[in-house]
Design a binder for this molecule. Structure first.
Ligand code: SF4
Length: 104
């Protein structure tokens, strides 16, 4: 698997901007991000705008999932999102509601 040369992962940057916990300590391995299919894509594919309506949310999440299901690091992404946990956005082809149900 060859690293992609795109800019940093858009939705991960957006996660930091939204205040989601991003641990950049040496304990966390972020190397998988260089293979992320979402690198350089607009964060608004993965994160909702304010006051997003249900139908628009479904369409956006489905669009994000179509990207994720072809991502070679989807498993690492999902494990990260469950571990920290990421409470916003689509990670590893899962929505926040789906990840929340995996915790309960
Ligand atoms: S699984 Fe989706 S959100 Fe995660 S790195 Fe891949 S494309 Fe990005």
């Amino acid at each position: 698997m060859a690293p992609r040369a795109d800019p940093p992962v858009g939705h991960l940057i957006d996660s930091a901007r939204r205040g989601t916990r991003i641990d950049t300590s040496a304990r966390q391995d972020w190397a998988w991000q260089q293979y992320a299919r979402c690198r350089g894509l607009p964060p608004d594919i993965f994160y909702p705008p304010d006051n997003e309506r249900q139908h628009a949310r479904r369409r956006r999440e489905n669009r994000a999932r179509l990207i994720c299901v072809r991502c070679e690091v989807a498993q690492q992404c999902l494990e990260h999102a469950l571990r920290w946990p990421e409470t916003h956005g689509v990670w590893g082809a899962t929505t926040p509601r789906e990840r929340s149900s995996k915790h309960s």
